[in-house]
Design a binder for this molecule. Sequence first.
Ligand code: MG
Length: 383
Amino acid sequence: MAKKITLLGSTGSIGTQSLDVARMHGYEIFGLAANSSVEKLLAQIGEFHPRVVAVADPDAYDRLEAALAGAADAPRLLKGAEGIRTLAAMDGADVVLNAVVGIAGLAASLAAIESGHDLALANKESLVTGGHLVTDAVRRKGVHLLPVDSEHSAIFQCLQDAHSAKRLTKILLTASGGPFFGMKREELAGKKKEDALKHPNWNMGAKITIDSATLMNKGLELIEAVWLFGLPEDRVQIVVQRESVIHSAVQFADNSVIAQLGVPDMRIPIQYALTWPDRLPSPAPELDFAALKHLSFDVADEETFRCLAACKKAIRKGGLAPCAANGANEEAVRLFLQDKIGFLDIGRLVEGVVDSEAFGGDYTLQDVWDCDAMARAYVRAHL
Ligand code: MG
């Protein structure tokens, strides 16, 4: 069946790989949204002919509008964060794939769900910052929440047998360990963005690559897994799997472990979210076991990589603590990428904000924005 997709974050790493999948299977693109990459967006519009395009950045919107002036089949254009929310809610797509980076993705996720769309979720911050709002809305609307993050797709794939899924006892969330695996604090203190941006296995955007180096990404994924699969934090074990071939595994009541393996290529989990429950041929290559030879395992060093410890603390505290951890991290990574703080400061600041308040209890969307702003202000006040 031909799918119609609205793709949010179309010019980023997940967005362009999603379009590889769409191209291969002839999926129709109803809507595209991007932050500011006008040139890439123009090429995508030329190839996929979306009906609607939303641009977050106002200057980029003006440039795109000027570039499309007079074009015969120009899409309808929407501006700003409001425009992206409007697009996410529009009829015309079977599924909304949200690959926006950061907490900016939360409002779009909620708009997609509230308007009755299935949501293919690559924006982990939607669940980290607003987990109870998102999961409540999914239940109320009866839509599907399809994980795109490779680890969560792996877990989801391992849980397709409903009988076994009821007997899930543990999640084994794999981690590559990032570029600084095995290093201690003394070595990490002097690391710059150039060092952190060299990821061994995955080709990703700058924000998530830094998060991978600090292990914040794994902390965010742990929180995401708790929301998606309903196990408490202490039943999610982080397993370092340096080759990124085992994308995660689950354990059942009988201590059987089922894992999902494949080459580290995001087009596999992206496609599964779009074809679920079916499987189709993939643009990604097959796993070559003869070349692979061995798989290695290790444990994550939470004493050194404090972001991971802070995220565990945050999900145990509950309420808006994960939102605070995420907001502090987004601000700290921004400052690190500007060479304004050191590598170890990121973990110090994220842990600091989690420790700064009690955080528990229910919250509204406005509370999420307020907590995010508080966490960013905390970071700027504690440099
Ligand atoms: Mg991941």
